[in-house]
Design a protein. Structure first.
Length: 127
């Protein structure tokens, strides 16, 4: 079943390469995408781990992977990579400053034009 916290195919294409590669000892019972959907479900809904829906992987599996990924810095890396991509799409540097070619145009143009330009930029942004 799909939940509002479930990853779309486009989102999964971005995140999948950021997850660690597992040594293949046996075929996995659950895919990394299903496990990450379980993590995202818990984080979005704030439920107890043991209250994950039955169609997601067992909570012990989801929680174990979450702990491993946090300890290895995977969660923070995903956050940083996604944050940088969003900042690039809204024309800001990682430092928080606008790119030089972006801010002067907004200063020269009137407030209404600047707002329309920003709205146009956000329309191109897809999550």
């Amino acid at each position: 079943m799909r939940y509002s916290s479930s990853l779309t195919d486009k989102e999964w294409e971005i995140i999948e390469p950021l997850l660690p590669k597992k040594k293949r000892t046996k075929p996995p019972t659950w895919s990394k995408r299903e496990i990450l959907d379980g993590v995202l479900y818990q984080l979005k809904n704030g439920c107890n781990w043991c209250d994950l829906p039955r169609d997601l992987p067992p909570y012990s599996t989801v929680f174990w992977h979450y702990k491993q990924w946090r300890a290895e810095g995977v969660i923070e890396n995903i956050r940083d990579v996604l944050h940088e991509q969003v900042r690039q799409q809204v024309k800001k540097k990682a430092s928080g400053q606008p790119y030089p070619h972006f801010s002067p145009r907004l200063k020269k143009e009137g407030s209404k034009t600047a707002k329309m330009y920003i709205a146009k930029e956000f329309q191109q942004f897809e999550v």
